[in-house]
Design a protein around this ligand. Structure first.
Ligand SMILES: C[S@@+](CC[C@H](N)C(=O)[O-])C[C@H]1O[C@@H](n2cnc3c(N)ncnc32)[C@H](O)[C@@H]1O
Length: 386
């Protein structure tokens, strides 16, 4: 019965650290209402709605993508109500093709505000040489992914480049009491030319890296700009410690001002903030995967209604969630999100109202349990059917 808390929702609501999987086989608006009533909060909402093209899809031409006049209103109303299920640190990712891309962008701007828009990711799914529709005017190679965050300060989850030990070789020693100043609201210690030593000690965990403030570092880097705006004018060959810079590391930053032989200043970075994040790019190409996508999920999981590559879902889950987080997919289709959530140790709540798609999701879950999925791995999980 709808509206009644059942076991899986209790699991999702009260044990956010335990993994749970549920398939709601009814309309997604009702699913959102039900989750709202349970107080469910999720890290990622994925929306992959019918694209509203009215076109017959797929080689067998047995699926028709519906075209409805109230498409935008329905997506807007669903997105509005789903918004409250999203954690403050959460993301929404939307797959769409060019027919409704601009409509979806504008409705997401309405719900999330334009400043929470992170990016448009063109997703290449067709090969330029594999042209199928002879009578078309354009061989469209792309679909699109739109990603928004609930809080404009939230960043994607990223991995970090390894730090280079050959660069972290400097140690700073002060030999004198500093002159204290407040500059631009920050406490600053200033050491004169003979009141400090900067030594090349070789690598150690405490050693610092030296950056010359030139080119882009002087204009487009926080520390570089701070040097140019506030430190350069203090004089030559000074060592300057600024409290409140590098807050996620040492809590302060060292600078050395320039002189007549080295015009540029330098700053020093600790290893606590080193190893720059490898940012995701919006260069997504699945043209090699799409021809065999019917195999993904294993036997009984062929699905002609814009089945997504697992690699695309893995990309989205990697940058928007971490293991243990909950993913909500309101247009479940063949269960790609469910499969990738299971494989990457995220919880998933899936809504799908078409009985034939629900049957495919169940078959895909069973394949995952038995190791009959394309990658042959067995997964131990329970899928709660609602
Ligand atoms: C484009 S497909 C999703 C494909 C999916 N991402 C995959 O990789 O297989 C859209 C799905 O949304 C489902 N759907 C459409 N309207 C819905 C609604 N109001 N509630 C629940 N599911 C709906 C359709 O039945 C269809 O299976």
């Amino acid at each position: 019965m709808r509206g009644v808390l059942d076991e899986s929702e209790v699991v999702i609501r009260e044990q956010p650290k335990g993994l749970a999987y549920s398939l709601h086989a009814y309309d997604n608006q009702a699913v959102v209402a039900r989750l709202g009533a349970c107080g469910t909060q999720v890290q990622l909402i994925y929306l992959d709605p019918p694209y509203n093209t009215g076109r017959l899809r797929g080689a067998r031409k047995s699926f028709r993508d519906t075209a409805t006049a109230d498409w935008r209103e329905r997506r807007l109303s669903l997105t509005r109500s789903a918004y409250s299920l999203l954690r403050d640190s959460g993301f929404v990712a939307v797959s769409i093709n060019q027919s409704e891309l601009f409509n979806f962008k504008s409705l997401l701007d309405e719900v999330f505000t334009p400043e929470c828009f992170i990016g448009l990711f063109p997703v290449k799914i067709r090969h330029e040489k594999r042209q199928l529709m002879i009578n078309a005017t354009l061989h469209d190679l792309f679909e699109y992914l739109l990603i928004y965050r609930k809080n404009k300060k939230t960043r994607f989850f990223t991995t970090h480049k390894q730090i280079d030990p050959e660069k972290f070789i400097y140690e700073i020693r002060t030999l004198h009491r500093p002159e204290m100043k407040t500059i631009n609201g920050k406490t600053v210690e200033i050491y004169g030319p003979n009141q400090y030593e900067i030594l090349k000690t070789g690598y150690s965990a405490q050693a610092l890296r030296r950056y010359v403030i030139a080119g882009k570092l002087a204009t487009a880097n926080w520390s570089g700009e701070w040097y140019e705006n506030h430190i350069r004018r203090l004089g030559d060959d000074l060592l300057v410690k600024v409290e409140g810079l590098e807050n996620d590391g040492l809590g302060y930053r060292w600078f050395q001002s320039g002189n007549t032989s080295r015009h540029s200043g330098v700053y020093f970075q600790s290893q606590l903030t080193a190893g720059r994040p490898i940012l995701p790019t919006n260069d997504l190409d699945y043209t090699e995967v799409v021809p065999t996508i019917y195999k993904e999920g294993g036997p009984g999981c062929d699905f002609k209604d814009s089945k997504k590559p697992e690699a695309l879902m893995r990309f989205i889950l990697d940058i928007c969630t971490k293991p243990g987080d909950i993913v909500l997919d309101l247009f479940g289709g063949s269960g790609t999100t469910l499969a990738v959530a299971i494989k990457t140790h995220r919880s998933a709540i899936i809504a799908e109202n078409d009985p034939s798609a629900v049957a495919i999701i169940k078959a895909r879950a069973e394949n995952l349990r038995l190791g009959a999925d394309a990658d042959g791995q067995k997964h131990d999980f329970a899928l709660h059917l609602l």
